[in-house]
Design a protein around this ligand. Structure first.
Ligand code: ZN
Ligand code: ZN
Ligand code: ZN
Length: 369
């Protein structure tokens, strides 16, 4: 993937100017990868991108990681790399180019030990969170990022397409998840991020991961899976399966309601509507059918270099959706102690509405025992 890092840095600069910032410091995180292409390890030694308002950015790295940093897209595009030796004061070395700055923003996931280190060497500066500034850039995906998300979605779709061989009566959730994990890697991811296999009563717990429960005939099974591709972009898709004979009648009934709600939300979502109204559209349908109290989480979350990022599709988020924003639409119905279902697709805002990046069938698929 070719990434135009210069234009990203340019947009950060504009946002910094608007926010009246003198400098930005970003430690290893999705934010750093977004701005430099460098997938730096988050270790105790300090790595940081320093961007002074009026000067060129510098990527500061431990000496022993210099070679790795020099192979990063940012370095290849000409960004200056400065390294600090094992016995240097790493924070002092990093702050050299921004001494005298008053307002310094730092990324949200900067470890406290690094922030305290910067406060020590820049005692007269005010430190501010850069989260909103960076996510406002990251949530508007460029065509290269949409292509990367489409690639990730296709990879996870291939895993769902193999569920007939992976999900079987008599196999434990844990063994099923292990097989799914291998499939996630086989089908084009560099890393497995999570595997949820919630069978029978466990399907009623949205963030159940796995257990030793053995899948039985008549179970409904929520399978929510995701990974990260080599390009750094995440996949996340949920399908709910019925396994074996005679799925419960109650389940079949609310599955139809859920399917209708998820479809309505995908039809409704698009540029110019707010995140919270997408949530409302699905919640209203589910409530009207009498399952309102069983839809206990938000509709979705943005996705990109992180599985969960802005924009969150939730009541209270008045963010207007725009071209290039990518997020999940994943309503669920969970009847406590009995069974539940969730249907999740990643969508991206287009000129016409949204494109669903996940394309496997959302109709209930019944796996043979
Ligand atoms: Zn989740
Ligand atoms: Zn998911
Ligand atoms: Zn999700």
């Amino acid at each position: 993937m070719t990434v135009d890092l210069a234009s990203r840095i340019g947009r950060v600069r504009t946002a910094m100017e608007t926010a009246g910032l003198d400098a930005l410091i970003v430690t290893p995180s999705a934010d750093l990868r977004y701005l430099t292409g460098y997938d730096a390890p988050a270790l105790e030694r300090l790595t940081a991108l320093v961007l002074p308002a009026g000067d060129d950015p510098v990527l500061v790295v431990p000496e022993l990681e210099r070679a790795e940093a020099e192979r990063s897209p940012a370095a290849l595009a000409g960004m200056q790399i400065v390294s600090h030796a094992e016995t240097d004061d790493a924070h002092m070395a990093t702050a050299a180019s921004i001494q005298g700055s008053h307002r310094i923003a730092v990324n949200d996931w900067m470890p406290a030990r690094q922030l305290f280190g910067f406060q020590r060497v820049l005692p007269s500066a005010t430190f501010l969170p850069a989260g909103a500034l960076l996510s406002s850039l990251r949530m508007r995906k460029g065509p290269d990022e949409v292509a990367a998300l489409r690639h990730a979605a296709a990879a996870i779709d291939k895993v769902h397409a193999r569920m007939g061989e992976l999900l079987k009566v008599g196999r434990s959730e844990r063994a099923t998840a292990a097989a799914i994990g291998e499939a996630i890697l086989d089908e084009g991811h560099a890393r497995v991020d999570f595997v949820i296999v919630g069978s029978g009563p466990h399907s009623a717990s949205p963030h159940h991961s796995v257990s030793d429960r053995v899948v039985q005939s008549g179970d409904c099974v929520v399978v929510d899976i995701g990974g990260t591709t080599a390009a750094g972009y995440c996949s996340d898709s949920t399908r709910t399966y019925a396994v074996g004979d005679d799925p419960p009648q109650e389940f079949l009934e609310f599955y139809e309601v859920l399917l209708q709600a998820q479809r309505a939300q995908c039809d409704f979502a698009g540029g110019g509507v707010t995140a919270e109204t997408v949530d409302r559209v699905g919640r209203r349908i589910i409530a009207e059918e009498g399952y309102g109290e069983y839809f206990i989480h938000r509709t979705g979350h943005g996705i990109g270099l992180e599985t969960h990022e802005e924009p969150y599709i939730v009541e209270g988020n008045a963010q207007t959706l725009e071209l290039g924003m990518a997020f999940s639409i994943e309503p669920g119905i969970y009847v406590p102690g009995r069974h539940g279902a969730r249907i999740e697709d990643i969508v991206v805002v287009t000129a016409e509405g949204v494109e669903r990046l996940n394309t496997t069938s959302r109709e209930l698929s019944v796996m043979e025992g």
